[in-house]
Design a protein around this ligand. Structure first.
Ligand SMILES: [Zn+2]
Length: 157
């Protein structure tokens, strides 16, 4: 496993580059939404947050390591971040947005990440569109109709 070299690019940039390469288009940091989501897919009503493991208290080695000084300060600050984010997610959900959180430590495995992003973005929301079903039932019909019409037209006189 390779170490993440994100000092100059940042985890969010890595996710954005990946999404862009997969052909998705999005808006950034919409301040009119709770929590100013990092990556916004307006028409799909979907959001992606890219979280630093330390700042958002991820349950991973990087996220649970507190600085050796001011432990009290940092742990209450991070707890505040976690609680605020939970409230913001709830508000977003109520407003009809579905969201995905990508953690900084999950970015190094781009293949896994790409799969997660695709399934999050391409699966319709529950109670949302029924486009997939439409496509399945529509496709066999035109062929059948066309053949019937043809056989009528070429009937001998
Ligand atoms: Zn993490």
């Amino acid at each position: 496993m390779r170490a993440i070299r994100s000092r100059d690019t940042g985890p969010e940039m890595a996710v954005r580059r990946l999404l862009h390469g997969m052909g998705y288009r999005y808006r950034l940091h919409r301040r009119d939404l709770p929590g100013t989501p990092d990556i916004v897919f307006g028409p799909r009503r979907k959001l992606i947050f890219v979280h630093g493991c330390f700042w958002h208290g991820h349950a991973c080695p990087r996220g649970s390591r507190l600085p050796s000084t001011n432990k009290q300060y940092w742990s209450s600050k991070i707890r505040g971040n976690v609680e605020r984010f939970a409230r913001q997610l709830e508000q977003l959900q109520r407003a009809g947005w579905s969201s995905l959180t990508i953690w900084e430590c999950e970015i190094s495995d781009q293949a896994v990440l790409a799969k997660r992003l695709r399934s999050f973005l391409d699966i319709p929301r529950a109670g949302g569109t029924t486009r997939a079903t439409d496509r399945q039932s529509r496709s066999p019909l035109p062929t059948t109709n066309a053949r019937e019409i043809n056989s009528l037209d070429t009937s001998p006189r």
